[in-house]
Design a protein around this ligand. Structure first.
Ligand code: PEP
Length: 257
């Protein structure tokens, strides 16, 4: 299970450091649970990746390499700052910052070429869901974003399904809605690669995931954790999600005995 926090454009630098300190005072992640936090980019190097109680993530990356690209930061620069995971294709970047499918695919390649792990986001709009094209929409995003990757590269790929209508709205996909989309993604990965590759890729759910609904979502067989926005901003709330993931790991182990 992976519990990944996306702080977006929130927190001062001091607040970011205070969060890391407070989180480090809480019990460590349960066996089988990884934790990642993606603070705002200007803080990444100074977060001190080596001493953090979580993997350091970036919310964005340049689609190009080094050179005359004012304001951009490359995947290699992120790696040099201790970043391990990079979120690519978040709907807030697809819709508001020009990250179309081609640019998202370029970013995926840059992240993997730099030896980092990519958290590839996909998800449908409310209109897509109302028009019953949500499966098509998500599978098309996967096709253009990751189908070109060789199977060996897939060990560094995480997929986050984030229905846009559930992000930051307080609306959450039901466990059934999350599970049926995750099963479709797993099925697509099985066809595109094979069952072993598909099984190993963590599929995160994102969209108003919080302590009150995490147990139900994480209990879904194809939900392997969460990409968390609002509920990642406060240490004890985020930690409650890490504990929920720990319970899900325990339940899965018991079910497999
Ligand atoms: C997100 O933006 O990735 C997200 C899931 O946000 P929230 O949890 O606030 O809906």
């Amino acid at each position: 299970m992976l519990v990944a926090g996306n702080w977006k454009s929130n927190k001062s630098f001091n607040e970011a450091r205070e969060f890391a300190h407070a989180f480090s005072q809480l019990p460590g992640a349960p066996e089988g649970v990884e934790v990642m936090v993606a603070p705002p980019a200007p803080y990444l190097a100074a977060m001190g990746a080596d001493s953090l109680p979580f993997r350091l993530g970036s919310q964005n990356v340049s689609a190009t390499g080094p050179g005359a690209q004012t304001g951009e930061f490359t995947a290699e620069m992120l790696a040099g700052c201790g970043v391990q995971d990079v979120i690519v294709g978040h709907s807030e970047r697809r819709d508001g910052h020009g990250d179309d499918d081609a640019r998202v695919a370029d970013k995926v390649n840059r992240v993997l070429d730099a030896g980092l792990r990519v958290v590839f986001c996909c998800g449908e709009s409310l209109l897509d869901r109302q028009g019953d094209v949500h499966f098509d929409k998500v599978l098309r995003q996967l096709e253009s974003g990751i189908l070109h990757l060789p199977a060996e590269a897939m060990v560094n790929v995480v997929v986050a399904y984030e229905p846009i209508w559930a992000i930051g709205t307080g609306l959450t996909a039901t466990a059934e809605q999350a599970q049926e989309m995750h099963a479709a993604i797993r099925g697509w990965l099985t066809e595109a690669y094979d069952a072993e590759v598909a099984r190993a890729i963590p599929l995160l759910y994102g969209g108003s995931c919080k302590p009150a609904n995490a147990d139900e979502l994480f209990a879904c067989p194809d939900v392997d954790g969460g990409l968390i926005g609002g509920a990642s901003l406060e240490p004890s709330t985020f930690h409650a999600l890490v504990e929920a993931a720990g319970r899900a790991v325990g339940n899965r182990e018991e079910a497999n005995v």
